[in-house]
Design a protein around this ligand. Structure first.
Ligand SMILES: [Zn+2]
Length: 550
């Protein structure tokens, strides 16, 4: 009798368990009447999506998804809009960009030099008298219809009473006389080495500093500029993440980089501690001091095991400048190579990912030989190692990378190299390398995949054009791989984190040369709306904050 009762009780529990998901799930939000690009294996499209407790509960036809709604479920009508998985930039210097975002002048998105100079002028009116006006990169000559750099006279006219600093990539800086005065630079010998004053065709000084090959002079000059206060850095970090949310980004891989030291991680740690992160960050560490890299990296990671952190902020190994000796060095000495080998061998032993800044294919053998040497002792196939940049990757380099399961973070790489990478099955994560050397806008980058704007917007030959699906996959699933997150995010599938963006235009059908104008009208991270505008403005958690770049 007793046994029978227990059996019945167990059966009842089993039945309840089986049917429970249909009605007892706490469904927070349902998105209906949309075009959901799931970026699953089949690149399938759906109408609707349900979010429960930060994750995707289900994706499917609207009628089916609607059935999951409970009395407290928020139902959002997409009115036909396209939804994509939150974009992930696999190589963005986001921690550094955030520090100065609240205090810098941005030239991102300026279509003319005239507009760029107007932004300088505007900033001179808004900021304290005598404050530095700093454009720390993030622009190219090609984005301006004038196709040229500013002159010193133009900057002076735009802001006669402020020191002005305008950096282009890592090779060139223009300052106004007040800038030179503030930094106490009176002659060429006061410039950081090996920088020199730029001269025009007639030998006349232009007012700019030429980095004279390499990054060193510009990095050192930037370091002389006054730093924003800690509070400004915290505010800048939040503001920058919100700006990324506006563009549909929900994740970045941060590769450390120039001018990033341990102290520079404190603002983002504060934002993380206060649970105000709206972009997931997987960060890697560089060796800060020349000659001391190995000791420093060992010290820094002593209490920072691989993977430490949470889904918002996670330690993800070493990169992108492991040692100074191998940084942008086409001909490292045997000692420099050995020092590098010792560090990455140790990283492999510790189970750490390594991502390495490597611009050119001509000497990729230097790097790949070291990876191969390590791979013999400590297989790296499961450690998510990668090469960043390598714009002109050759089939040979890509084959060697594939053989070790080394991924490739691509920015504006050659279309032919990208096609070859796809053919060989190399894991590719898209991104920008923002914000000093490039804009952080993922949509201008996606447009670039499909339309080569280097030649005045000329379409590539079809044989060299990745498909829209390829490009979006690289910006989502591809990038997720580098932080071992491909089972957690990068696609809109049941069980994955609800990171997504609702777009202003349909990425799949808008003319290719308009992809760059797409923005998000609703961005969700872990099921929480972090940015909303236009028809969804009522859902915006932070409507007071200015979201647009200046
Ligand atoms: Zn780099």
């Amino acid at each position: 009798m007793r046994i029978q009762k227990n059996v019945i009780r167990i059966l009842a529990l089993l039945i309840a368990g089986a049917i429970a998901p249909l009605w007892s799930q706490n469904v927070d939000t349902i998105l209906v009447n949309g075009k959901v690009l799931t970026v699953d294996r089949q690149f399938s499209t759906s109408e609707a999506l349900a979010v429960s407790e930060g994750k995707i509960l289900n994706v499917g036809p609207a009628a089916e998804i609607r059935k999951l709604a409970g009395p407290k479920t928020r139902i959002i009508d997409l009115e036909g809009r396209t939804v994509i998985p939150g974009l992930i930039d696999s190589h963005m210097h986001a921690i550094r960009a955030g520090q100065t975002f609240a205090t810098e002048v941005k030239w991102v998105g300026a279509n003319s030099l005239e507009e760029a100079l107007q932004r300088i002028h505007q900033a001179s009116l808004e900021m304290k008298p005598g404050a530095w006006l700093i454009v720390a990169g993030g622009w190219t000559v090609q984005q301006f219809k004038e196709k040229r750099r500013p002159t010193q006279a133009e900057l002076l006219a735009a802001a006669p009473n402020n020191p002005v600093y305008v950096q282009l990539g890592y090779g060139w800086v223009m300052m106004t006389p007040l800038g030179y005065k503030a930094l106490n630079i009176n002659s060429e010998s006061d410039l950081p080495r090996p920088g020199k004053f730029e001269r025009d065709a007639n030998g006349k000084l232009t007012g700019a500093m030429d980095g004279n090959g390499g990054n060193f002079a510009v990095v050192a000059l930037f370091d002389k500029l006054p730093q924003p206060t800690f509070e400004e850095q915290v505010a800048g970090t939040k503001k920058f993440f919100r700006e990324l949310n506006r563009l549909g980004l929900t994740g970045v891989g941060d590769p450390g980089g120039n001018n990033v030291n341990p102290v520079d991680y404190q603002p983002i740690f504060k934002v993380w501690r206060e649970r105000q992160m709206t972009v997931r960050v997987a960060f890697s560490l560089c060796g800060p001091t020349e000659g001391k890299e190995f000791d420093e990296l060992k010290g820094l990671t002593q209490m920072l095991p691989q993977g430490f952190g949470d889904d918002m902020l996670r330690f993800n190994g070493l990169g992108e400048r492991i040692t100074w000796g191998m940084n942008n060095n086409d001909h490292p000495t045997p000692e420099q190579k050995e020092q590098y080998y010792q560090i990455v061998r140790w990283a492999a032993q510790q189970g750490m990912p390594v991502t390495m800044h490597w611009p050119r294919d001509e000497n990729a053998d230097t790097l790949l030989s070291i990876y191969e040497r390590v791979n013999q002792d400590f297989p790296i196939g499961n450690l998510r190692w990668s090469v960043a940049h390598l714009q002109n990757a050759s089939p040979e380099s890509l084959r060697r990378m594939k053989a070790m399961n080394v991924g490739w973070t691509i920015q504006r790489a050659n279309a032919a190299s990208i096609e070859m990478g796809k053919e060989l099955g190399v894991v590719m994560g898209a991104g920008t390398d923002a914000h000093r050397v490039a804009s952080y806008n993922p949509f201008t980058q996606l447009q670039w995949f499909l339309v080569d704007d280097k030649n005045g917007g000329a379409q590539r030959g079809p044989e060299q054009t990745p498909t829209r699906a390829d490009a979006l996959s690289a910006y989502t699933m591809g990038s997720a791989w580098f932080s071992r997150d491909e089972d957690k995010r990068g696609s809109l599938e049941p069980g994955k984190l609800a990171d997504l963006a609702v777009l202003t235009k349909d990425y799949m059908t808008v003319p290719a040369d308009q992809i760059g104008t797409i923005e998000s009208v609703l961005t969700m991270v872990g099921g929480k709306i972090v940015y909303a505008a236009g028809p969804y403005a009522q859902y915006d958690p932070n409507p007071e904050a200015p979201s647009r770049a200046r």
